[in-house]
Design a protein around this ligand. Sequence first.
Ligand SMILES: Cc1ncc(COP(=O)(O)O)c(C=O)c1O
Length: 346
Amino acid sequence: MNLSPLSSPTDLGRFAIGFDPRDRSRLHQLWDEVIDSNRWAEGDLTKRFEDAWAAKHPGAAGAVATGSWSGGAVAALKHAGVGPGDVVLCPSNTFMATPLAALHLGAKVEFVDCNREDLCVSFADFEQKLAQHKPKAAFVVHIGGHIAFDIQRIADLCRAQGVFLIEDCAHAHGATWNGQAPGTWGDAGVYSFYATKTVSTGEGGILVSRHPELLEFARAFRNYGKPDHEVEGLNFRMSEFTSAIGLVQTERLDELVAWKNAAAREHLDPVHAGRLQLPDGMVSGLYKYIVFDPIEKSTGKVYDQPCHRILRHQVDLPNSDWVATGHWCVPIYYRPELGNQEEVTA
Ligand SMILES: Cc1ncc(COP(=O)(O)O)c(C=O)c1O
């Protein structure tokens, strides 16, 4: 395919789903395979997608695809034994999906503040809230496509204290820190493939974990507890058609993230000195390009209302309140037809 040079950085700002036009014919071919297989659910494509996603997560024992992020998150919480009355720690700077997954199981959510530098859970506040509330499980959310800067210390603390740690990886597709992938610090990582994410399947999610028994639990949970109904689950299965998109997207993920990063270095970094700065060795999947100076052409905030405000919790979280007003997102979407960014950068 001939790739023309990027004509203008503003082209990066027109919304496009992270789907490469070159994958269209392969996807159609896979969909034909599914049609001909007469197996539109629980078939080979879901397994192929899961294996491909797991291969991008060294350290994980496997992956379980679900119909949405919720399926993976609730499976992980249930496997951790979270139920009515248990406490789950959760950042306030996140989408309501994160606390709602715990609330759905009757748990009590206690909110944790974030850092201003990365918009993710603050270790200092996490340590304090863990001592105060004695949670059974906790969430960290990798906001915006990079990895939470305090993830290692939080994971170490959770392991030492027996707290089950779930990484909400809904934004974190393709991110790495010294080669390590999101979802492999904690006990589980849960991705979303909703239609605006870095890569999408329209709707969908996937859980990764280093615990084979959690993966087995999640497979039963997404399928009404089949085969033996020891697990009380519901239907969170992913169809074979959706899994085919997931497989194609997974195969394109590295290129997509490299393209976005090259585009950001070339066109956005020179004009956004006040951008979020990553630590050495970290690559962001660039779901969002976050800046701390007001800009005219923004897609707005990652979140403009912290969850503790939405749920009217009386807790003081100054950094979460600050973040809600103190950052902006510069639009950046994968549009390979605009030019091969690696060539443009070279
Ligand atoms: C941080 C976060 N967690 C969870 C979700 C929920 O994902 P889904 O829409 O696939 O249920 C989203 C987004 O949609 C999200 O941004």
